[in-house]
Design a protein around this ligand. Sequence first.
Ligand code: 8X3
Length: 256
Amino acid sequence: MINRLKGKFAIITGATSGIGKELAYQLADAGAHLLLTGRRKDRLEDISHDITHRTGVQVFTSAFDISNLQECKDFYQEFSDHPVDILVNNAGLAAGLDPVQTAAIDDWEQMIDTNIKGLIYMTRLFLPGMLARNEGHILNVSSIAGHESYPSGSIYCATKHAVHAFTRSLKMDVGHTDIRVGLVSPGAVETEFSMVRFKGDRKKADSVYSGIEPLTAGDIAEIILFMLNRPPHVNILDTFVVPTAQSSGTIIHRKG
Ligand code: 8X3
């Protein structure tokens, strides 16, 4: 397959674990230079050292809170002289799995702030540079929860529906340009996702993946890489990917 990613400059948000981290390694293997962001500075530095050691690509890192507009603006200013070819808005989380009547409002705010605000701030800041060069690819990591709602997932599902709607409008707003825009919408991927959702409750987290072979972060990173590596006239708008054992947000065929 032709490699169109060599020498590109890619920002990945939420690169300290899961899909973001795996994508960082796969993009580096393809020869892309990286700017990795996340909240955990030590993890970003470990990943950066490891990638730099294994490949010849440049890796920059920046630890900040993506839900804070001023911190996003500072980050943008710091790297404003690097033309950004690829922005992967991957940072996101689920906090809690509770019905509306009992869910914690703090959890809701955290999901809205990260999953929606972080993604729209980064897009708004980096899009003008892409438009000025008439070149760029924005890829937003959504979820099966962006296509359908499930019980006790109200605000997580709402944030991912928002990502979906925002991405489709964004595509229309840049439709007269060569900017590409896409979504990836995974079902059950075994990462730290469920440990975060259940606040460290290992038993609950493991039960999400029990009796099935879930997707891995590597499975999704490979798909993102494929999307990013298409020729300039090909824009994959969405990829909706589930484990073979999963048919919807709530229908999962478990063995045993
Ligand atoms: C992650 C998949 O089904 O837990 O976005 O919402 S799910």
